[in-house]
Design a protein around this ligand. Structure first.
Ligand code: HPA
Ligand code: ZN
Length: 342
């Protein structure tokens, strides 16, 4: 099982670039930019990463983000993630960024998007990876702020594949963002949203019905509602689940209760993702591995999860077909190699 996890080509569809900020880079950038952080060492930073819930994580996430100031900072952040992802055989990455986490502290939108876009271009040149940027709105801010952000982003529309919705879920239901999501979809952008992470099943209903999202990010509370479960499975609306994130934020504890096998058996389309790997103790392969170890995932289940990530991505039909084929070839080669050795 373990070689297949590392070797299988896969897509990552739920990762926040700001959540890939490793403590070393955070401290370097803070020191370069003269930003005061309450940490003196990498060890201090890691010690602070004990979360009780989503909000306790978000507090440290936004603090960490404050170390990033210029275009190079955003470039370095994204490039480090693309390099790491590529080393884990991620061939397609659809990554979130949170412009309002920067513009609200005085950083220009253009600084953020130029740094991230340049990194995406260079990474696609240098590594075997294709990249899509998803601009996420902070749901604890008003819709007007999201709309201003979208209007500013539209001049860079060709650099963005879609919009998302993240940050504090409880008390900030999807219906707050109907207008901005409609405007984004009318402009040809795809829509996804975090829903049912800490919020109730009703938030997933409204993300689907009112925001018309193509995927649900997390979605753990879908299973509280039988009618919703039926809809999500029958319509094959993909779920971007994040095992180590769910564990560390106390959404699903212990990890061996993570319902991935149930989802597969009941016709859902779950995918495995890292969410905020620098904070939750692992990139995508560590997430596959943690579930693999805890649940004893079979080879078939791992292949299904990798294929789900291709199905759920926003790649073209042709690229999806090529990647399915590549997954099957990787599996075949692995099995033949093992036979030769034994
Ligand atoms: N949930 C909500 N908002 C976030 C997350 C998350 O897991 N990561 C970064 N912003
Ligand atoms: Zn997330």
């Amino acid at each position: 099982m373990f070689p297949i996890i590392a070797q299988i080509p896969k897509a990552e569809l739920h990762v926040h670039l700001e959540g890939t900020l490793e403590p070393e880079m955070m401290l370097n950038k803070a020191s370069k930019n003269g930003v005061a952080l309450p940490y003196r060492s990498v060890n201090d930073v890691r010690k602070a990463y004990r979360f009780s819930d989503l909000q306790s994580f978000l507090d440290l996430y936004y603090l960490g983000v404050s170390s990033m100031v210029d275009k190079n900072d955003f470039y370095d952040l994204a490039m480090a993630y693309f390099k790491k992802a590529s080393s884990q055989n991620v061939r397609r990455a659809e990554v979130f960024f949170d412009p309002q986490a920067h513009t609200r502290r005085g950083i220009d939108f253009s600084t953020v998007i130029n740094g991230l876009h340049d990194a995406a271009i260079d990474a696609q040149d240098k590594y075997e990876i294709s990249i899509g940027l998803i601009m996420s709105f902070l749901r604890d801010l008003p819709e007007e702020s999201a709309m201003r952000t979208l209007e500013e982003a539209l001049q860079y529309k060709k650099w963005i594949i879609g919009v998302g919705l993240d940050s504090k879920e409880l008390g900030n239901p999807p219906e707050k963002f109907i207008n901005v999501f409609k405007r984004a979809r009318d402009e040809g952008l795809m829509a996804v949203a975090h829903a049912g992470e800490e919020g109730p099943a009703e938030y997933v209903w409204s993300a689907i019905k009112l925001l018309k999202v193509s995927r649900i990010d997390h979605g753990y509370h879908i299973f509280d509602d039988d009618r919703l479960s039926l809809k999500v499975s029958q319509e094959r609306i993909p779920l971007t689940t994040c095992p180590l994130s769910a564990l560390r934020l106390n959404h699903i504890v212990p990890l061996n209760s993570f319902p991935i096998r149930n989802m597969i058996e009941h016709g859902f389309v779950p995918t495995i993702n890292s969410d905020d790997p620098a904070y939750f103790g692992g990139y995508i392969n560590e997430n596959y591995m943690a579930l693999g170890t805890e649940l004893g995932l079979t080879l078939d289940e791992i292949i299904i999860l990798a294929k789900n990530s291709v199905f759920a991505s926003f790649m073209s039909y042709e690229k999806k077909r090529d990647m399915y084929e590549e997954i099957d070839m990787t599996l075949m080669e692995l099995i033949e190699n093992e036979r030769r050795i034994s």
